[in-house]
Write a protein that binds this ligand. Structure first.
Ligand code: ARG
Length: 294
């Protein structure tokens, strides 16, 4: 199960380099600039930056690697979330593994933002890459670039567990109060398929900085349904009082976001991703994060 959604593209077998453990330099203006403190509902504090520990420098070329900063938006289990104050998840592990295989780059740390602030953080150079289960789409492609896709997903509709409301299509959401995270493709589905078609009044749509808050509102009865990426809906269904009512096919693919024209970083991450698939690390990570019981 949970087979790699993309076939391994080609043979590329490089050993994991044993690197020197040199401390990467984090530019002062990149520290503590995150903006999502306390909003993900999984962390009490407002800590914005998670140190990546000792970043590695390439021993072969005397540490001339470029240290990059990654941005994410926790509260999106199992892709990114806070556990005991620590940023963890599939995206965190995957990007770290990819950068380890990416020639010429090291990771100097992570910064946390609300999802809708990630692209502005990237374009304003607070971060250099986005690892946030971000769907590759044309609208975003106008502003930023993406690596090759690394995960596929559709949208699901969450409802209260044991409630009377059990929709089976988007049209059934008409007249209900619907929630999604600001700036997501889930919000796009509500906008395009419901509000723009006059199936849902604008006032019946609640936009949240984080899906954790939306799920709390759903459990509390303040809203009736949530549109959210299927794998994350499944996780909420397994650990909160919510159920997946149905899934709406969108055929989305997640990629790591990079600045427009950052072609060196793009090809380094693309070959890093390929190497991670080839080495079996990708499969190990899907097992680690998507096949947990409970
Ligand atoms: N895949 C969706 C999108 O790209 C939702 C991503 C939300 N990610 C997050 N880390 N909160 O819009």
């Amino acid at each position: 199960m949970a087979a790699d959604p993309f076939a391994p593209p080609m043979e590329l077998c490089r050993p994991v380099p044993r690197n020197d453990h040199a401390q990467a330099h984090v530019p002062e203006d990149r520290r503590g600039a995150g903006g999502a403190g306390g909003t993900d509902g999984e962390t009490a504090g407002g800590a914005a930056t998670t140190a990546a520990g000792t970043a590695t420098a390439d021993g072969e070329d005397g540490g001339s690697d470029t240290a990059i900063v990654a941005g994410t938006a926790p509260g999106f289990r199992p892709f990114e979330m806070k556990e005991g104050g620590e940023l963890v998840g599939f995206d965190v592990d995957l990007l770290e593994a990819v950068i380890e295989q990416a020639e010429g780059y090291t990771l100097s740390g992570w910064q946390e933002f609300e999802f809708s602030s990630l692209i502005p953080a990237l374009t304003s150079e607070k971060i250099d890459t986005i690892a946030a289960a971000m769907t590759i789409n044309d609208e975003r492609d106008e502003t930023i670039d993406f690596t090759d896709p690394y995960y596929s997903a559709n949208q699901s509709v969450l409802v209260r567990e044991g409630g009377e409301f059990s929709p089976s299509s988007l049209a059934d959401l008409s007249g209900q109060v619907v929630g999604a995270q600001t700036g997501t493709t889930g919000e796009g589905v509500v906008q395009d398929q419901l509000i723009n078609r006059s199936e849902l009044a604008e006032s019946n749509y609640n936009s949240y900085g984080n899906y954790v808050l939306a799920v709390e509102d759903l459990v509390n009865g303040n809203i009736d349904a949530i549109v959210i990426d299927e794998p994350v809906a499944a996780t909420f269904a397994s650990d909160r009082q919510v159920d997946v009512a149905f899934t709406y096919e969108t055929g989305e693919e997640y990629g790591f976001g990079i600045r427009d024209g950052a072609s060196d970083l793009q090809s380094a991450l693309d070959s890093g991703l390929e190497a991670v698939r080839e080495a079996g690390t990708y499969e190990d990570l899907t097992k680690k994060w998507f096949e947990q019981d409970g």
